[in-house]
Ligand binder design. Structure first.
Ligand SMILES: Cc1cc2nc3c(=O)[nH]c(=O)nc-3n(C[C@H](O)[C@H](O)[C@H](O)COP(=O)(O)OP(=O)(O)OC[C@H]3O[C@@H](n4cnc5c(N)ncnc54)[C@H](O)[C@@H]3O)c2cc1C
Length: 443
């Protein structure tokens, strides 16, 4: 068998490694347009903020290791076209400019996503960045270390923008976040916005909502950001307004995609074209509850899709049952997490839904530490099965969302969850876990 992969990070290399291990005689060719493979993009904000000072630690498995395993890895090669009839991929060698053609029996598209660059006038100034790669993080950190850089503007209050705010707060910068939407972190319900806003305020981060960036000031380097409502000083700007799948090279392949370019795949990562598979941030994934194809570019999903795809390629009958969209983020000292559906999403899917919400302490009042946790649970109006959860607080939100995800996965009802035998000791918990208290409100 000959498999060609496009993209050498989480999804692509999970699949490539499985094929290499299980089918030693298979030919595995990987085109990767950068010189990096398998790195932890999720760790980049913490390198920028100095939690980790060694960028090399973010490199999980380097190109040499893949080459030594027998994978024909071609770094600095960008796939530019796929011919699904002839079963070939054309790639440009970015070192020489030369075009190479490679035939495939099976093709894996694992080309990920790239930051969306919003249409802002004078965007190409020095000191303006988007964060995706280790090279981006190194450039951001180097620029931030300049003495003249005191004011940082982050465009976009999604999870990457908010994680970056934490990094720049750690570096002692004056941070402003400008967000076009009416609230930060739109993946969370509106009730969570005050907690996020208060956290940012407590750390002197200025959050401007409902404001659109129009233009950047400065001669060669950026000096300010102009919005439709004001002007802000900035010696550094980071754009974090979302990502778009890297799938332009598939335009003549016949592969079906969502309007944003995400390749539609089934539970075995098969696309609409025979012998072409896709996985990770360039592809859709099935929502386990609604059965709908959604775009959820997360490292968790990319790794799972890559693993299942590797197994499918070696002949196993594996299938990804879908995901719940479980995600978590720390905003300086606030943990924010969600899983499953919220009320609107359940209603859109035709699922009768009810909501409970409460605030509960994570530890007994006599024990130091602990915090109030804000919890919102969404459950099926008839069966009372848990459908979704959103949590925020200074500790324990991220850990507890895992409990909720497992409960949804297992079809657990709120009354069952309320009486599940969870542990208790004052350093860790309350005698009734906050999630159980919320679940117990369901009658
Ligand atoms: C700052 C940051 C923080 C994040 N934090 C989290 C987190 O906390 N939790 C979480 O779950 N997820 C997080 N993510 C998302 C996670 O990193 C991605 O979901 C994951 O990396 C996707 O893996 P992938 O293999 O699908 O795509 P990618 O990691 O994007 O890899 C795709 C590869 O394909 C290459 N490529 C693209 N086009 C071509 C082409 N034409 N030819 C050849 N090669 C090509 C790219 O260079 C890239 O190396 C974060 C992302 C960022 C940027």
């Amino acid at each position: 068998m000959k498999v060609v992969m496009i993209g050498g990070d989480a999804a692509g290399m999970s699949a490539a490694s499985k094929v290499r291990r299980s089918l030693p005689d298979a030919q595995v060719v990987v085109f990767e347009r950068t010189k990096e493979t398998s790195y932890g993009a999720c760790g980049l904000p913490y390198y920028i903020g100095g939690v980790n000072d060694d960028a090399d630690k973010i490199r999980i498995r380097k190109p040499e290791a893949f080459l030594a395993s027998g994978i024909d890895l071609r770094i600095a090669h960008e796939a530019v076209a796929v011919d699904a009839v002839r079963q070939t991929v054309t790639a440009r060698n970015l070192s020489t400019g030369e075009l190479v053609e490679e035939s495939y029996e099976e093709l894996v598209v694992a080309s990920g996503a790239a930051p969306i660059l919003p249409p802002i006038r004078n965007r190409d100034k020095e000191g303006v960045f988007a964060l995706k790669s280790i090279a981006d993080a190194e450039a951001i950190r180097a620029w931030a270390e300049r003495a003249a850089v005191e004011d940082v503007v982050i465009v976009g209050a999604g999870y990457i923008g908010l994680e970056l705010a934490e990094s720049f707060v750690r570096l002692g910068k004056r941070v402003t976040i400008i967000e076009m939407a009416p609230r930060p972190m739109m993946v969370m319900d509106e009730d969570f916005a005050p907690l996020i806003v208060q956290t940012l305020e407590r750390h002197n981060v200025v959050l401007r909502l409902g404001e659109a960036v129009k233009e950047l000031d400065g001669a060669t380097a950026v000096t300010g950001v102009v919005t439709d409502r004001g002007t802000y000083p900035a010696q550094m700007v980071v754009l974090s307004v979302g990502v778009r799948p890297n799938t332009a090279f598939l335009k003549d392949s016949g592969v079906k995609m969502l309007p944003n370019g995400a390749v539609l795949v089934d539970g075995q990562m098969r696309t609409s074209v025979p012998h072409i598979y896709a996985a990770g941030d360039c592809a859709t994934i099935t929502n386990k509850i609604t059965g709908r194809q959604v775009y959820l570019p997360l490292g968790t999903n990319a790794n799972k899709q890559g693993k299942v795809l590797g197994e499918v390629l070696v002949g196993m009958d594996s299938r990804l049952p879908g995901v719940l969209g479980t995600s978590m983020c720390r905003i300086v000292d606030l943990e924010v997490a969600r899983t499953g559906l919220n009320e609107r999403e359940a209603e859109e899917a035709g699922i009768p839904v009810r909501v409970v919400k409460t605030t509960a302490h994570t530890r007994p009042p006599y024990y130091p530490g602990g915090c109030e946790l804000f919890i919102k649970l969404f459950y099926h109006a008839e069966t009372k099965a848990l459908l979704g959860a959103q949590l925020a607080g200074q500790e324990g939100a991220a850990a507890r969302i895992e409990l909720c995800a497992l409960a949804i996965d297992a079809g657990v009802t709120c009354p069952q969850l309320a009486m599940t035998d969870l542990g208790y000791a004052p350093p860790f918990n309350y005698v009734w876990d906050p999630v159980q208290l919320a679940a117990g409100m369901v009658k």
